[in-house]
Write a protein that binds this ligand. Sequence first.
Ligand code: C2E
Ligand code: MG
Ligand code: MG
Length: 838
Amino acid sequence: MNRQRLHQPYLKLVIAAGAAICLFCAWRLSLAQLDFRFLVLALVTIGFGSRLGIEFSRHKVQITVSDSLVFLTLLLYGTEAAVLLAAAEAFCSSFRFARLWVTRFFNLGLLAISTFVTASVIGHVFGAPEALGREALSGRFVTAVALMGFVQFVVNSSIPAFRQSMKLDLPFRQVWREHYLWTSITYFAGASAAALTARLVGGHGIYALSVLAPLVAVIYFTYQTYQKQLQATLAQAEQAERHAAEQRAISQQLRESEEQFRSSFDNAAVGMALVAPDGRWVEVNHSLCEMLGYAEEELAARDMQSVVHPEDLGGHLSQVYRLTHGAESNYMMEARLLHRDGRTLWAQLSASLVRDVKGRPLRLVYQVQDVTERRVAEQRLQHAAYHDSLTGLANRALFADHLRLAMERARRHDDHLFAVLFMDLDRFKNVNDSLGHAHGDLLLLAVSERLKRCVRPEDTVARFGGDEFAILLNGIRNSTDAVRAAERIHEEIALPFPLGHHEVFTSSSVGITLSSLGYGEPDEMLRDADTAMYRAKSQGKGRYELFDKVMHARAVTTLRLENELRRAVENSEFRLHYQPIVKTATGHAAGFEALVRWQHPERGLVPPGEFIPAAEETDLIVPMGEWVLRESCFQIREWQRQFPSDEPLFVSVNLSGKQFTQRDLVAVVERALRDSGLEARCLKLEITETAVMENAEGAAAMLKRLRELGVQLGIDDFGTGYSSLSYLHRFPVNTLKVDRSFVGRMDEANEYREIVRTIVSLAHTLGLEVVAEGVETRGQRAQLEALSCEYSQGFYFARPLPPDKIFEYLSNDRQPSETFAADTEAHRAVELADNYSM
Ligand code: C2E
Ligand code: MG
Ligand code: MG
């Protein structure tokens, strides 16, 4: 702005004018006028003038002694002396408040100009000022003094007010009014004091001052003290005011935060409560009341303990104790709370403690969140993890847990006896197959209900899947108690089950084992109960069996066998022997049955009867069976090449029931054929009647798929199982193998001859070929020939032989000697060469 730009030149102008005035006055000053008094006056003015003063703090106006002294100098010594003294005093005193030289010179200039103007005006109106100083007190004198104060004031305030208005770019009048108007008082006061002093000095000489000085000093210091006290009082009042304002602000803040707390407390979506350390509700919010089903006053009339579930109260109180005794600063727990209507709900409690000023527990602040839904979901999941979904009974995992607890108890208390019962329904499969799974499920449900009726609440009934149930009888007196329970179960299960429109009868097989046998692990006990159950089943249906030492020994042997078998599979310890299947009419080999043997490192060659059942039990039969299949396909293909014929040799391979239910069986067979290059029609798979009948529907489908591959199918050991010809037409098989128990007795009893005859003729009616197994004598062979039984197999022709012996055998067989088939002696020779016979 323009005015601001004028500021610097203005400063310089004032300084220059002041300097010019000072030079002018110095030139005019006559040193003769000045005396010792002047020297004292000048020193006092410069040294203390601006330091001694009275402040009117309300208006920041200070009357300093220097003003008076300058006026006094004017009245006593005239214009030049006053101007120079004022300039010198202004310059010196400005060192106390101004850092810039320009400001210091500006002050010098200002005082020089104002004093000079004042002196000039007085001189003009009233004549020389020093002459005025000697005048008596009169109206003229008073007017002159007033004019002196006035002019000094006007000039002295206008010049800096101009400067400030330029610097700050504010209107001059505003600056002058706000900052300088009140200073007028100092000039009048200064002028008056100077006039009085001049009068005094004029009348009584300088020494009058020494009389007056103590009085002035007393008044001055009294006034100073009064001012200080006044200021101290004012400061105190100010401080008190400030303090009160702070207190007001704090209480306002408190009120606001209290309001905020109240609002969030009242409107919180979660339950909130303030609780006294003894459990009384101090305040409860709406959500909490709603959660617990109480009106606010109703809830407030009770205490917190009355809404905590009795089973969780102990935990809750101990947490409160820890909190109030400083062990924790807050806690969180899940506890059950009681709804007004008696319902139980799960809540997450978060609590913190508020203490009073002395540190004593004052309030517990609770946040209560309803987590019932989550807990119920968790419980449901947990229930599902430990219970059977169909019957709601315990599952294997939970049963094992309970069993483990019982075992631990038995270890602590010698007299604690318990039993595990393993139960399996007889013929459950029949119900499932004939009535469907829905009825099967109904039966299982009904059975589980009856089982629960047979035991006490402290016992555990579990379903392990399928129709297998386990029962833990806890705390029985002796084995008789367990047997009685088994009998009760038999009786219950033997009663008819009404299932929809049907009435189903079934029975159960139960295996029992007692804790007194000293078990270490739940699995061991379950395994033995299972073993006993199998024994009961094999003894006939509807029985129970107690696991005993003999069974135990057998179980141990089985276990060892299983382990050894596993190793055998890994180490390829299996070998194949082949037994010729001959055409009954000619006695020439048509094919071979592959029969597995185990080359045991210590026991030598082990017959299949001793390890096949164990292999089936452990599923090791699956990899073993696959090996047998592939190995025999390759072997027979080799012999086909070595001994070519119009009717190529075939191989019969035994399939176990387990293999038969393998989903990939067809793929496995297909691969064996493809890899070996054997024609499908040269492979015959033998399946026992039992394996087929155990899962008739599945078996029919599997047999169909195998037939589609082109392989031949035969029923092995026919006559020992279901002994029913009626189902045969349902299965797409090619051959029946009459069991050796019938063939072997054909010589002795007519009855067996008849059976074999019936089987052969029936098979022929169905378009099946017959193989007679276990032919040991010439007579048997003759009879079979008479019955037109196509094929025979048995020691009479040859025992199962290792491959190299079969090569010899084939070498003889395929360079036919006329007498080979009839000549028993020749067969004996083969037999003697066989070191591997049964
Ligand atoms: P199987 O399929 O009925 O096999 C015929 C069994 O009768 C063979 O016993 C054979 O040595 C025996 N045998 C043959 N001719 C006579 C005879 O004139 N008199 C007497 N007393 N017995 C004769 P082995 O080799 O001990 O096989 C027993 C059973 O083991 C077989 O019965 C078969 O069910 C099973 N088996 C053998 N090898 C395998 C196999 O590789 N896989 C499967 N799953 N089972 C096999
Ligand atoms: Mg067989
Ligand atoms: Mg057989």
